[in-house]
Design a protein around this ligand. Structure first.
Ligand SMILES: C[S@@+](CC[C@H](N)C(=O)[O-])C[C@H]1O[C@@H](n2cnc3c(N)ncnc32)[C@H](O)[C@@H]1O
Length: 252
């Protein structure tokens, strides 16, 4: 098992909701039915916004037949996307996350989702999609692997299909916090020591990578995703949410 898979299996087992949305109320010991309702409500709101962006800027009345949610976690976004799709394939590197997502789908009475464990080539995912989606996932994958996954997903998109993929490209915070983050990434024992001193849980550090946007745009253009727009995101690291239509026509 790779180090990154071990990290996500750890969180899937120990603290899955907090690993997805790192707010104190989603820590395992704080979970209640009300807190979980709030957690899933955030997913519904997010999905509504994504649909609004797509229907305002790319296609009207968007109703995908087959959707892919890459890095599904506990199903926070897969469930509302599945409700708007004919069927959905939910993919994650962590078996524990997939199991929890499946339990949540049953609880939500959503039965058009299939669950697939990911690898570096998403080789277990077959067939084509008319919607590919990923949010706050690619940022955690080293670009040497993430760029391949990004392209494999786009290859699975049908002509006329829509993509909504999010990734990070910069870490502009205060110099001291950037230095601290880089130190923890390079020397994980320093991060463990910090957790010990601050009496925090001994949990692995979740990496956030920065992607080269030239490479990302090259992948989009060479795969015919010629109609594309961007919404920026800021979760400490700066990111882009890319929305695109696979349309091979070049008008300029
Ligand atoms: C921050 S969570 C986001 C979950 C979900 N997208 C959401 O917003 O609710 C990141 C998820 O990505 C998954 N993940 C990390 N690396 C992955 C990879 N290489 N392939 C597939 N999933 C991955 C993790 O297991 C975790 O469930």
């Amino acid at each position: 098992m790779s180090k990154i898979q071990k990290t996500w299996e750890h969180f899937g087992e120990e603290n899955p909701y907090f690993a997805v949305v790192t707010l104190d109320q989603f820590e395992k010991e704080n979970l209640s039915e009300d807190v979980l309702a709030e957690f899933f409500e955030s997913g519904s709101r997010y999905t509504e916004t994504v649909w609004k962006e797509i229907e305002t800027n790319l296609v009207s009345d968007f109703r995908p037949k087959r959707s892919l949610d890459f890095g599904c976690g506990v199903g926070r976004l897969s469930i509302p996307i599945a409700r708007r799709s004919g069927e959905l394939v939910a993919v994650d590197i962590s078996k524990r996350m997939l199991e929890e997502a499946e339990r949540n789908a049953v609880k939500a009475n959503v039965n058009n989702i299939s669950f697939v464990q990911s690898d570096d080539n998403i080789s277990r995912v077959s067939g084509k999609f008319d919607f590919i989606h990923s949010f706050i996932v690619i940022q955690h994958i080293d670009p040497s692997i993430g760029e391949t996954i990004f392209e494999k997903m786009i290859e699975k998109l049908e002509d006329g299909g829509i993509g909504a993929l999010h990734l990070t490209y910069d870490h502009p915070g205060k110099r001291s916090s950037v230095l601290k983050y880089n130190l923890y990434m390079k020397l994980p024992f320093v991060f463990s020591l910090r957790n010990l001193l601050l009496q925090k849980k001994q949990e692995p550090l979740i990496p956030v990578h920065t992607y080269d946007l030239n490479k990302i745009f090259r992948i989009l253009q060479r795969n015919g995703c010629h109609k594309c727009f961007v919404r920026f995101s800021d979760h400490g690291h700066w990111g882009i949410h890319l929305f695109f239509l696979k349309d091979h026509e070049i008008i300029f």
